[in-house]
Ligand binder design. Structure first.
Ligand code: SF4
Ligand code: SF4
Ligand code: SF4
Length: 201
């Protein structure tokens, strides 16, 4: 099983910078590639066809097709725990596979789970049409979580303001932005102390 390197820890880059976005509720990448059998069940289960077969045959998200509504269809068909709801503060238990071997039904407090993933949107204001006197509210209109509001300025400018706390990383704003001003960024899943416990360094 691949261990987290010290360099990844120092960078705060537990998942690795170049890893693709896995389906929601994917366990950390180091474990995902071991547990995923590339069965394609999650690919077939996604009604909006947002999950595609990626490098090595592993599933990954294609946010150019739309945003994820977290319907849990992919989660429900995954039989290997590669996609699994993880209780809060239990990341370290993955190291010994205790969580992975645990039946999902044994955990009965949904509100205590980690979010389906740790992805956040980011808006490059330099490229944003609305910052350049062209009317556009596409990202805000696509956001069901109302994480993007527009701040009206002088000169016909409306600045999109992203509330990170409200952002679920669903990807809808990324899909609709006509000038690719929106990017999606993974944020570190585990803090350093937990990561050290997992990696044993
Ligand atoms: S359903 Fe689970 S095991 Fe099958 S490809 Fe998707 S993540 Fe991998
Ligand atoms: S969709 Fe893109 S161009 Fe339009 S307001 Fe949002 S960030 Fe700006
Ligand atoms: S701001 Fe976040 S929650 Fe809103 S559409 Fe974009 S990714 Fe989804």
């Amino acid at each position: 099983m691949t261990k987290i390197t010290r360099m990844q820890l120092l960078r705060g880059d537990i998942k690795g910078k170049n890893n693709p976005f896995r389906p929601p509720w994917a366990i950390p990448e180091e474990y995902f590639v071991d547990f995923c059998t590339r069965c394609d069940k999650c690919v077939d289960a996604c009604f909006d066809e947002l999950i595609v077969k990626g490098r090595g045959g592993f599933p990954q998200m294609d946010f150019t097709r739309g945003g994820c509504d977290f319907c849990e269809d992919c989660l429900n068909v995954c039989e290997t725990s590669a996609l699994k709801k993880i209780p809060i503060n239990s990341e370290a238990a993955l190291a010994s596979n205790t969580l992975v071997s645990k039946n999902r039904a044994e955990v009965s407090a949904p509100e205590s789970y980690l979010p389906p993933w740790h992805i956040k949107a980011n808006i490059d204001l330099t490229n944003c049409l609305s910052m350049n006197a062209t009317i556009c509210r596409s990202c805000g209109e696509s956001c069901d979580d109302e994480a993007i509001k527009f701040d009206l300025k002088l000169g016909g400018i409306a600045e999109p303001k992203l509330n990170i706390e409200h952002c679920t990383g669903c990807g809808s704003c990324f899909t609709v932005c006509p000038v690719h001003a929106v990017t999606l960024t993974p944020i570190t899943l585990m803090n350093e102390s937990v990561a050290q416990e997992v990696s044993g360094v």
